[in-house]
Ligand binder design. Structure first.
Ligand code: CUK
Ligand code: CUA
Length: 665
């Protein structure tokens, strides 16, 4: 595009931009001498960089002056990188990586410390330690249907796991593995007061998946599921022993929308592969992408989890115990009015409940519409027992025409929908590469309900999108980020694997406006965004000797003056302190074959006083944050001389912050 042509409409917009900048208090010097026009300095920058009025406006809207903070946090999935990345919005600056399923040596996570060893052990899948995960859906804890800034949850699709992050220190505290299912997906959402984390399976397997059953028995013996994990907020833990699971047909459970307000107590889970196809291409079976897309309609699962919870508490719900999990069979869920279905157009993906809880937007990858289900109509059909039949598992199917409110033709490849604070919905269009805005029942600007408003091209292959608070009862709106897969020509080329592209869009006005591109790493499936003021992270740990994993005083913390080495047979315990710029003790001598236990406490109270502990040739690096106490165990299996040193440049004498581990043969 020729930016010079766009310069034509410049003057008016520039004046507006200058005004906006003055309001922001930004660009103090550049704007100092304007009286109705632009300063020559500003004009020359705009010319030299060939900026259009839109560019200037976008720059001013996203600029966060040095020393100032962003207005929102965004927690974006890192996909196959196994982490969650934290961005400030609107600047889109990366402020933190939260490693969950994959190691991060900077933060001393997954490289030797006992804490991550314990977490990785909790997260064994099929008995094997996994050192990566595929994070799709971050979720924030909620109070009364809105984010409370306390906890973050993330699923690992590849291994059917969930990680729990405490947002006081932005560290993962728990990884749980669902022993029934190999994979998960819709485990994305929290119930209104974080009573449960809701995890849906993705691919059908026998229950448990560790039992061999040939694929020929797919329909008979493979199953899907949804597991409700109670969240103990005081402990910051999901409670595996108190979970309940509802067995589901072996359709592939995809995304789930949590009921809100009027629909609180319900969850609406998409499925695809109602065909129950299974693969065997060498034997001439149709490939899955064809076999699983035969039917015009799939099934939306409509689940009354609140009733299941109540009946379970009263002992009125039958369940089987499989792998230590309480599993409610399909027949029982149907008999007790917990499980219903409704048809939904071809290969659906997103299922998103409106802020008032009245409607559920479902979009099919192979259908050009978004379909809006009415919770009220669903309730009426259930009350009247008005079914259009049952599926092969005996689950009643509500008549499609009776339970939908509207269908909006949005275009090709609609995936996910979020909502703003003004009565509009935004749907990501994978095939069209756009974000499409459409009206709900009561749009603030008085447009026709259920109608298309605007389509904004994005670059490219958008998957999810996120609006600030867009899946809560009270969205903040203002910003939307389109989470695109591969940036192609949008950033400096870096080889055949392209960076992802997060595009920030201003949705505060009647028309959406693209503000910026941010290349990122790892596939950004979903993200959640919330005002910065909700979060109260610690600056240092509350006490000296704090264990980040347990959230309590560490039993092995070392206070200054109490440093020592204790030997018990082959076990050598080293109680060490770290303070600028010294480790005490700084000499550790052991015999080959000894088991070494280091207990390192950072006794600093200053904010900028993290010490690293890097031990040569042992695959160990720790991050010992102010107040934290960290343990690491290893066997001194080779003789030699191994320097250890502080791996954070913590002071002028940081280079001297070192010591030796010597291992005698
Ligand atoms: S999914 Cu990735 S774009 Cu796993 Cu939520 Cu839709
Ligand atoms: Cu401590 Cu460098």
């Amino acid at each position: 595009m020729d930016k010079r042509i766009r310069m034509a409409g410049y003057t008016l917009a520039a004046a507006a931009a200058v005004f906006a900048a003055a309001q922001l208090g930004a660009g103090k010097k550049l704007f100092a001498q304007i009286g109705g026009g632009l300063s020559p300095a500003l004009e020359s920058i705009i010319k030299a960089r060939e900026l259009s009025p839109d560019d200037v406006e976008a720059a001013l809207k996203t600029f966060v002056p040095p020393g100032s903070y962003d207005e929102f946090y965004m927690f974006a999935s890192g996909g196959q990188a196994g982490n969650v990345e934290v961005f400030g919005v609107p600047s889109m600056r990366l402020v933190k990586n939260i490693p969950i399923f994959s190691p991060d040596s900077w933060q001393g996570y997954g490289v030797g410390d006992d804490e991550s060893k314990r977490l990785f052990a909790q997260g064994k899948a099929g008995g094997m330690t996994q050192t990566w995960g595929d994070v799709h859906h971050p979720a924030l804890s909620q109070t009364n249907g809105t984010y409370d800034g306390q906890f973050l949850f993330a699923n690992d699709k590849a291994n059917g796991r969930i990680g729990v992050v405490d947002l006081r220190d932005f560290r993962v505290k728990q990884i749980v593995k669902n022993p029934l299912t190999a994979t998960n997906h819709c485990g994305a959402k929290m119930t209104e007061n974080s009573e449960y984390y809701v995890e849906g399976a993705q691919f059908g397997t026998p229950l448990p998946f560790t039992k061999y059953v040939p694929l020929e028995r797919y329909k008979e013996e493979y199953r899907g599921l949804v597991t409700f994990w109670p969240f103990n907020r005081a402990e910051g833990k999901l409670e595996q022993s108190k979970t309940f699971t509802i067995e589901l047909p072996p359709y592939y459970q995809d995304l789930g929308g949590m009921g809100k307000k009027v629909s609180n107590g319900w969850v609406f889970i998409n499925t695809y592969n109602a065909e129950m196809a299974w693969p065997d291409d060498l034997k001439g079976k149709a490939p899955m992408e064809i076999a699983a897309s035969q039917r015009e309609m799939d099934f939306l699962h409509i689940i009354h989890w609140k009733r299941a919870e109540e009946l379970l508490a009263k002992g009125q719900l039958k369940y089987k115990t499989i792998s230590g999990m309480r599993v409610i069979p399909i027949e029982e869920a149907v008999a007790k009015g917990i499980l219903y279905e409704a048809g939904e157009p071809k290969s659906p993906h997103g299922s998103d409940v409106t802020p008032d809880g009245s409607f559920i937007t479902v979009s099919g990858k192979l259908d050009p519409h978004v379909t809006i289900f009415s919770f009220d109509k669903i309730q009426k059909a259930i009350a009247a027992k008005k079914y259009e039949g049952k599926d092969e598992f005996g689950i009643p199917i509500l008549p499609f025409k009776d339970v939908i409110e509207a269908q909006v033709e949005v275009g090709l490849g609609p995936l996910h929908t979020e909502y703003d604070d003004k009565g509009y919905a935004y749907t990501s269009m994978f095939l069209d590469s756009s974000i499409n805005k459409w009206s709900l029942d009561k749009p603030a600007n008085g447009e026709k309900p259920w109608s298309m408003i605007q389509s904004l091209p994005v670059h490219y292959n958008t998957g999810h999108l996120v609006v600030a608070g867009g899946d809560t009862v009270k969205p903040w709106g203002h910003y939307l980020v389109s989470l695109n897969k591969w940036s192609l020509d949008r950033a400096l080329p870096v080889g055949p694997l392209h960076p992802q592209n997060l595009q920030l869009i201003d949705i505060s006005g009647p028309q959406m406006k693209l503000l910026s591109d941010t290349p990122a790493v790892g596939e950004p499936h979903y993200a959640v965004m919330a005002p910065a003021k909700l979060f109260k992270p610690w600056k240092v740990y509350p006490d000296v000797g704090y264990s980040a994993l347990t959230g309590k005083a560490s039993a092995t913390a070392t206070l200054p003056g109490k440093e020592r080495v204790e030997r018990k047979g082959k076990d050598v315990h080293v109680f060490m302190t770290a303070i600028r710029s010294h480790f005490t003790p700084d000499r550790i001598e052991v015999n080959q074959g000894d088991k070494v236990h280091l207990h390192i406490t950072n006794v600093e109270r200053a904010e900028d006083a993290t010490h690293g502990f890097a031990l040569s040739a042992h695959n160990i690096n720790l991050s010992v944050d102010p107040g934290a106490s960290v343990d690491v165990d290893f066997t001194a299996d080779r003789s030699g001389v191994f320097p250890f040193y502080c791996s954070e440049f913590c002071s002028a004498l940081h280079m001297e912050m070192m010591g030796y581990l010597t291992v005698k043969k």
